[in-house]
Design a protein around this ligand. Structure first.
Ligand SMILES: [Fe+2]
Ligand SMILES: [Fe+2]
Length: 208
């Protein structure tokens, strides 16, 4: 189901109309993206994602969302941590690896939604956050690598809880109903992730 309506769905006109061809390519790509955003993955909340709109550009709100985009506790960190855990657990725990891959793809959707919001707020979704000492660029040591399935899963759950707390803080700080709605929708996915990850902890990490 496609619910995002901000994009142009015109069918391209062929021939020598270069602008038509270019628009067609762009629209084709965007329609695929719409499909991905519109239909949540199996490991996500099944309600549709809201259209990314903002009440008015606001650089401060963009900065707050950049923390969620690529700060220490962020979608970028989550994607990389889940991908690493997916790769190292794939051979021995294929069901866990499959879940982690699915979750990392949901986090990528979150990252893309945040990037769109940051742009509409007047910012640039670079992979860093502003601090008093300058820009803190995203780094590979922001994530928890771990040694075994159980400490990895526990860290993944902690990461989700940290993300929810940070989103809640930003919901409280941002006076824009559209962004609040987007962040609440993202939180719903993070809650689903905690549920699925806890199932795996119960399966593999509880003493019998
Ligand atoms: Fe996320
Ligand atoms: Fe998550």
């Amino acid at each position: 189901m496609v619910i995002r309506t901000g994009y142009n769905n015109r069918v391209p006109i062929g021939g020598n109309d270069q602008k038509g061809i270019r628009n067609g390519i762009v629209n084709g790509i965007r329609q695929n993206q719409e499909h991905e955003h519109g239909k949540p993955m199996w490991c996500a909340d099944q309600s549709p994602y809201p259209e990314v709109v903002v009440e008015t550009p606001n650089k401060f709100y963009a900065q707050l969302l950049m923390e969620d985009h690529a700060g220490l506790v962020s979608e970028t960190s989550a994607i990389m941590q889940y991908l690493y855990h997916h790769n190292v657990l794939k051979e021995d725990y294929p069901d866990v690896a499959e879940l982690l891959e699915c979750i990392s793809m949901v986090e990528m959707t979150h990252m893309e939604l945040l990037a769109e919001a940051i742009i509409k707020l007047g910012g640039k979704p670079k992979f860093g956050t502003k601090t008093t000492q300058g820009i803190l660029w995203w780094r590979g040591d922001f994530i928890y690598y771990g040694t075994g399935i159980c400490d990895m899963l526990v860290a993944d759950i902690q990461g989700e809880k940290g993300a929810i707390a940070q989103y809640q803080k930003h919901i409280d700080a941002i006076d824009d109903k559209h962004i609040k709605k987007l962040l609440y929708r993202i939180i719903n996915d993070e809650k689903e992730h905690i549920k699925y990850l806890t199932e795996k902890v119960n399966k593999y990490c509880k003493k019998k």
